[in-house]
Design a protein around this ligand. Sequence first.
Ligand code: SF4
Length: 348
Amino acid sequence: MIVLLGKTEEEMIEFAKELGEAPFRGKQLYQAIYGRRVLEFSQMTEFSRALRQKLGEIACVTLTEIEKVFYSSDGTRRYLLKLRDGREAEAVFMPEDRRDTICLSCQVGCAVGCKFCMTAQLGVKRNMTAGEIISQVIIVLNEVHGVGAQPPHGTNLVFMGMGESFLNYVEVLKSIRIMAEEKGLGISVKRVTVSTSGIVPRIYDLAKESVRPHLAISLCATTEEQRTDLMPINRKYSLEELIKACRAYPLGDRERLTFEYVMLDDINDSDEDARRLVKLLDGIRAKVNLIPHNPAPELPYAASPMERILSFQKVLVDKNVAAFIRRPRGQDISAACGQLAARHQAQG
Ligand code: SF4
């Protein structure tokens, strides 16, 4: 079965030609799938019944299906999705006043093993394809707004769900390029954030890309020892190398690097940690997101008390480092940061 989602317009045109159809049929497919978010050939009424049948015999738009949607009291929705091989992935929709955000997965599970993250407990099963990554966006937008309906305000995409974006670099970047196409989904790269735990060589690669999303670094520690304890990836790519790559990263006008910092009680949340963080980021145009930890029985850490987070933030702000406290979203449906673990899978 040929899966069309994830193909570029050129690839759709090629597909139409292989089918013995005129090239413009490929353009029409592209327009229906990305422009109008139509996932069923039966709803593509621009095609004859015979062509719709022919398409249905050899191809489909996507094999990703919604398994379950969890609705939070704060408006957040968590989507448990079944992929073509039966594996599960998760996406999260977070409504905001001015703009909605969709948090995307890029791998089934994750190999990085951050000690504060539920996804790490799954290990990595496989990379997701560009088409599977995009299917999350289309499925969420269609479920929230209806097929083809334009969201009332813009959509931000953040690659902060399951998986390490830079261990699936090629497919993640391909999905972003396709989603940014004006005549398709039209989600500008300026609205896309890719997060990494610190896969240093890929930071240098991203710096050279012509289509470049916003970059976020999951930092979470201020010494080599502390970071290796929390994020074993630090053994391979040290904090020193990571900060060096960040310093070399080219930023556009008004662009800043985002540093994510999960606040763990008595582990990385002292004023001294905050002062070290100020020093580490010295000279980097940065903003820091302080993320309240979401404890789980499987994880060894407690959440920092809010007074501690506020005190940490004050140290940063007093030294002119922009620092924001991330508002936890969807905690009642296990959709908050670090909670995604396809719990369904764990139970099954
Ligand atoms: S925090 Fe991100 S990189 Fe670390 S284990 Fe979880 S999903 Fe992987």
